[in-house]
Design a protein around this ligand. Structure first.
Ligand code: NAD
Ligand code: DAU
Length: 363
């Protein structure tokens, strides 16, 4: 029987890249994707996979215990790769409720379903619950040092606090119930299908249209960037070979100041597309704006454990990843336009009928 993986949040940025990665790289597996299609969920992200017989899409909420139990029963779920979350720090500052609800309660619902459906020891040999988490749970670094798996948790935004909470629940289910869990804590991803509220797609879009490029504070905050396909490969490694109960940090060894990233994107666009009507370089669009409340200064990941124990390393250099990313956004203008004008939200209706339907299960 094919190995069946329940992916949550598979219509989001990383989830969609991961579903495509699994269906391509593990053609004998079955993937069931449950996604609520919040503003961040976009079915167009997986349009090319919609007819794959190994793929099933379910429109639903991870907080719905009955639905999740039913999916475990119906699909004989053997692994969960849990991406579904509210993911944007700025939104967590203006409206934390949804972050608490989905990120904490939703994770609890999934853990309960796994606990109820994977009771026997022989199941534990194959079943895996992988929680996709973030480096932000470790807090903020000064100018030196790295986050390791031993760094104490110190979340500082409602988003990172909700992710830290869910990490603790996942660990508690390992220690208390023996649930076969794995955790990954990854740095900032970039690549195709990222929602244009996040720095890189936002800047790419604004810079193409000659709009201001907002930089929070002094632009000297540091993030550690990883190409999304490398993240997908790392998650697959952890799922297949990671030691149950363990956390694995994932990062690209690509520390960059925000201002450096934005300047690089401006320069790449100046080379690749027509100049601004004014003739000015796109760097002239950079606009310093009020800082994000509680803005973490620096993140940097020590990814030594996953490299030593599982042999994972990023395959893409920062230059390759950025080049591919810029090319992708330039070649997929329709995708960006659909997101910006809101028409992506009617994609579901055109494929499956009413957006209000709970499921669009092919079986
Ligand atoms: P995203 O916001 O692009 O996608 C989130 C997806 O989850 C969307 O498709 C949304 O519809 C779905 N979703 C939200 N609430 C749901 C609910 N209640 N039920 C079902 N589906 C729901 O997020 P992303 O950037 O792809 O991040 C995915 C995961 O990876 C998150 O857990 C995030 O914390 C983690 N992460 C992200 C990064 C990053 O750089 N983006 C880095 C490390 C970890
Ligand atoms: O580190 C992993 C995290 O990376 C993930 O857990 C989050 O889900 C993901 O959203 C991301 O969080 P960040 O807050 O680091 O990403 P964002 O793209 O929002 O911002 C990147 C940096 O750029 C951050 O220091 C804030 C800054 N920024 C962001 C925006 C949107 C700006 O200066 N201007 C902007 O307009």
């Amino acid at each position: 029987m094919a190995y069946t993986v329940l992916v949550t949040g598979g219509c989001g940025f990383i989830g969609a890249n991961f579903v495509r990665f699994l269906l391509t790289e593990r053609p004998n597996w079955r993937v069931v994707n449950i996604d609520k299609l919040t503003y961040a969920g976009n079915q167009a992200n997986l349009a090319d996979m919609a007819d794959n017989p190994a793929y099933t899409f379910v429109h639903g909420d991870i907080c719905d215990q009955n639905l999740i139990n039913e999916l475990f029963d119906r699909h004989k779920v053997q692994a969960v790769v849990h991406f579904a979350a509210e993911s944007h720090v700025d939104r967590s500052i203006t409206g934390p409720d949804a972050f608490i609800h989905t990120n904490i309660n939703g994770t609890f619902v999934l853990l309960e379903a796994a606990r109820a459906h994977w009771p026997a020891k022989d199941q534990a040999a194959v079943c895996r619950f992988l929680h996709v988490s973030t480096d932000e749970v470790y807090g903020s670094l000064g100018p030196t040092g790295y986050f390791t798996e031993e760094t104490p948790y110190d979340p500082r935004s409602p988003y990172s606090a909700s992710k830290a909470s869910s990490d603790h629940l996942v660990r508690a289910y390992f220690h208390t119930y023996g649930l076969p869990v794995l955790l990954t804590n990854c740095s900032n991803n970039y690549g195709p299908y990222q929602f244009p509220e996040k720095l890189i797609p936002l800047v790419l879009n604004n810079a193409q249209h000659g709009k201001p490029l907002p930089i929070y504070g002094d632009g000297q905050n540091v993030r550690d960037w990883l190409y999304v396909v490398d993240h997908c490969e790392a998650i697959t490694k952890v799922l297949e070979s990671g030691q149950v109960g363990e956390s694995y940090n994932i990062g690209g060894h690509n520390e960059k100041k925000n201002l450096e990233i934005v300047e690089l994107l401006c320069d790449l666009l100046d080379k690749k597309i027509a100049p601004l009507p004014s003739g000015a370089a796109r760097r002239s669009l950079i606009t310093f704006v009020r800082d994000r409340a509680g803005h973490d200064r620096r993140y940097a990941i020590d990814a030594g454990k996953i490299e030593r124990e599982l042999g994972w390393r990023p395959r893409f250099t920062f230059e390759q990843g950025m080049e591919q990313t810029v090319e992708w956004y330039l070649a997929n203008r329709d995708w960006m336009d659909g997101v910006l004008d809101g028409s992506y939200q009617s994609y579901y209706e055109s494929m499956y009928g009413s957006r209000g339907a709970v499921q669009a299960d092919k079986e």
